[in-house]
Design a protein around this ligand. Structure first.
Ligand SMILES: [Fe+2]
Ligand SMILES: [Fe+2]
Length: 186
């Protein structure tokens, strides 16, 4: 695998291991995709960069939402507030840049720099999750304090729900279909 970030997908705690519970495997798999997309963004410009950035913004938003709604509260009592709070503050920073990018069309002078900084910050954040938070959560799971397989099922279900919602509002075809149904009902 080439690029600046994605070689790490196969290294150390960033690898998906055979004994990773479902929650950890799911989130690491997404971290892998983020490293690949940010590598692709580094080599892209123009419309290609905008397309990659839009996919990143969408996927990061869903990922941060399921972590904050499900993973963070479920693990906080077992692993302590410090790591979780740091994660939340890093998410806040990422959400600010995502919100800015969503207002831009890619022609702006700072567009590529914003994608780059979002990448640097996100990679730092997901590296720490892989190495610290996930490893601590796995210890709590092994000790029977939390169930990361059950949490994994919840993450997957909520992730699907969020992607379905985005599909409905983001896809022109489906929006038209919904309008037609409303007319029928009226
Ligand atoms: Fe996170
Ligand atoms: Fe994450």
């Amino acid at each position: 695998m080439s690029g600046k970030y994605s070689p790490r997908n196969d290294e150390g705690d960033h690898r998906i291991k055979d004994d990773d519970p479902a929650a950890i495997a799911l989130l690491k798999d997404e971290h892998h995709r983020f490293r690949e997309l940010f590598d692709a963004a580094e080599d892209a410009e123009g419309d290609a960069l905008v397309e990659i950035a839009q996919e990143l913004c969408m996927r990061l938003t869903v990922h941060m939402t399921i972590e904050e709604e499900i993973l963070y509260p479920a693990t906080k009592p077992a692993i302590g507030a410090d790591e979780i709070n740091e994660g939340i503050v890093e998410h806040q920073s990422a959400k600010r840049i995502v919100a800015e990018l969503e207002q831009l069309d890619g022609t702006e002078e700072l567009y590529a720099a914003k994608v780059h900084v979002l990448g640097e910050e996100t990679i730092h954040h997901i590296d720490e999750e892989d190495e610290d938070l996930f490893e601590d959560a796995k210890k709590a799971h092994a000790d029977g304090k939390i169930d990361l397989d059950e949490i994994g099922e919840k993450l997957r279900a909520r992730q699907k729900e969020l992607y379905d919602q985005l599909g409905k509002t983001g896809d022109v075809g489906e929006t038209e279909e919904a309008d037609a149904n409303e007319v029928e009902r009226a």
